[in-house]
Design a protein around this ligand. Structure first.
Ligand SMILES: Nc1nc2c(c(=O)[nH]1)N[C@H]1C(S)=C(S)[C@@H](COP(=O)(O)O)O[C@H]1N2
Ligand SMILES: [Mo]
Length: 521
């Protein structure tokens, strides 16, 4: 008796053929981009494109939900979309050839377009995608044709031919799938392993600074649960639009200063270092930091004042903005006045806490400007400074719902006790951080429930550009309590109670923490 294969299983197999063809697409694209177009990987290009076009609320949702795993979540989501779409492509190729080929071609064209939107892409960058599209079309056509042969032989009730055709199809599908996985994964691993910039970074010796930062006596309070005064590189927050961290060799790196300048100049890494480096303690803050959030960090940066660097190009007097550009195309708009101000240490940083900049924090050169949110000032993987005007140019986030100019709103936060942690009645330290870059914190006040504002003890500030620590000792009584904190800056301004969301120019309001105190006995 002939064993008739049920119709449904052919649909399932056609879906498998589609997915295997998509795997072939990715494998071919990965191996070719490894060999001759590092920026040609369509999956990364599509991911990068999605990051640039998704509306801001989705980005915020992603950052909130997945935290530092936001990019992995994006890749997993893209992967799922690819599996579903390619399964459908296989099915339509089985049902209505050559619709599957049309689907793969459309996907190929869209991926190619995404590759071309990436900064620095040339027409060579699309060769991997084009070749991959052709390969996927050939494979899906071949596999589905085999599937047809098998489907026909089983309906002819010829069990022997049916078995042979089934084996031929399954064998070819398995072979294509397996080779794709091996080649694709191998190419990706090789790409990562051969990007030797981490080794270059490790081998780099930083120049000795002319002046160093002295941490004053009493700068660091000893309270459990309080953030350290200097944030370690490993714990430093990271925010950027880069799906893969750019690899830049300091040997070939250069900075171009152009636009409204007396002289367009180019500086190598060595030119920059030769200008002399100093240490600067500066607290960097992200505009996406919610009240009480942890998207800020304090580091000792090794760098060169931007005013010295810009001076060489002689900016025009009617310019009012510097558009800084990263190798990956990201841009920030910084007021020219902030970068040439003698009293403000806006720097090009090459070191962070005694090491060359970590790759994810902008290796080899980034900007750090005291008092301005990172998105308008702290360009990582810096490659170009264009002197221009706010009227003429706009930066990455400006058309995406954020202000072109954004000074940091001074603020304060409670690190301990954390909401929800059980507390025993008695003496409880309440402590946290406060920052008012370029101005300085005068005092911090804490309120328990609706009581009076009590002055907190402050740590000795390193300088006006860094955060300070504060603490009070609270005699906690059983029950639930609200702890509220606010800062007063050196100008005498009191931190505003008025709540603002992070868009368009940073959050505001007082942090209020609910804690539950239980009787120790
Ligand atoms: N090239 C590049 N530089 C960038 C960004 C970016 O997306 N790309 N993000 C900026 C933002 S929004 C912030 S808050 C800081 C964060 O710097 P960090 O990741 O070193 O903490 O980098 C800034 N520099
Ligand atoms: Mo940011």
């Amino acid at each position: 008796m002939a064993r008739i294969t049920p119709r449904a299983s052919f649909w399932a197999w056609s879906a498998v053929a589609g997915v295997v063809s998509a795997a072939v697409f990715l494998a071919v694209a990965e191996i070719l981009s490894l060999v001759f177009a590092r920026d040609g990987s369509p999956i990364l290009a599509v991911g990068g494109f999605v990051i640039d076009i998704v509306p801001q609320p989705f980005k915020e949702f992603a950052i909130e939900t997945f935290a530092e795993y936001d990019k992995i979540a994006l890749l997993v989501g893209l992967g799922l979309a690819v599996v579903i779409a390619s399964a459908l492509a296989g099915i339509v190729q089985f049902a209505r050839p050559p619709l599957g080929l049309v689907a793969f071609t459309v996907a190929g064209v869209l991926s190619g377009a995404a590759v071309l939107t990436r900064a620095g892409a040339t027409f060579i960058s699309v060769i991997p995608t084009v070749t991959a599209t052709v390969s996927a079309c050939v494979i899906v056509r071949l596999l589905v044709a085999r599937l047809w042969t098998w489907a026909h032989s089983t309906t002819r009730e010829n069990s022997q031919a049916g078995g042979v055709d089934r084996r031929a199809f399954v064998r070819l599908t398995a072979l294509a799938g397996l080779s794709a996985v091996i080649v694709g994964a191998g190419a990706r691993v090789a790409t990562v392993a051969t990007s030797s910039i981490e080794a270059v970074r490790k081998a780099l010796t930083l120049p000795t600074p002319t002046t160093t930062v002295t941490i004053p006596e009493g700068a660091q309070l000893d309270v459990p649960g309080l953030s350290p005064l200097i944030t370690s590189n490993a714990d430093f927050y990271r925010v950027d639009t880069a799906l893969t961290v750019p690899s830049i060799d300091p040997e070939t790196w250069k900075l171009t200063i152009d636009g409204m300048v007396g002289e367009r100049i180019e500086l190598s890494f060595d030119d920059l270092v030769a200008m002399g480096v100093d240490e600067y303690a500066i607290t960097l803050t992200c505009v996406s930091n919610e009240v009480g959030g942890d998207l800020l960090g304090n580091a000792i940066w090794l760098g060169i004042p931007l005013r010295k660097v810009l001076e060489r190009a002689a900016p025009a007097s009617d310019a009012d903005m510097v558009l800084s550009r990263s190798v990956d195309g990201y841009t920030a708009s910084t007021p020219l006045s902030a970068l040439v101000d003698d009293d403000l240490d806006a720097i090009l940083a090459i070191g962070m806490n005694g090491e060359p900049l970590p790759l994810e924090h902008g290796f080899p050169v980034r900007m750090v400007v005291p008092g301005l949110y990172g998105y308008v000032s702290a360009t990582k993987w810096l490659t170009q400074l264009t002197v221009t005007t706010f009227a003429q140019d706009e930066a990455y986030w400006t058309p995406r719902g954020y202000s072109a100019q954004a000074p940091i709103k001074f603020s304060s936060r409670i690190d301990t006790p954390r909401p929800g942690t059980p507390i025993n009645a008695g003496r409880v330290p309440v402590a946290g951080m406060a920052w008012a870059q370029t101005v300085g914190i005068d005092r911090v006040e804490v309120r328990i429930d609706d009581g009076d504002w009590q002055p907190a003890t402050l740590s000795t500030p390193i300088n006006k550009n860094t955060w300070v620590q504060w603490f009070i000792e609270w005699d906690a009584t059983p029950g639930t309590h609200y702890l509220t904190v606010r800062a007063v800056n050196v100008n005498g301004d009191v931190q505003t109670e008025e709540r603002a969301p992070i868009a368009p120019d940073g959050s505001s309001g007082w942090q209020r923490t609910l804690v539950t105190v239980t009787d120790a006995n």
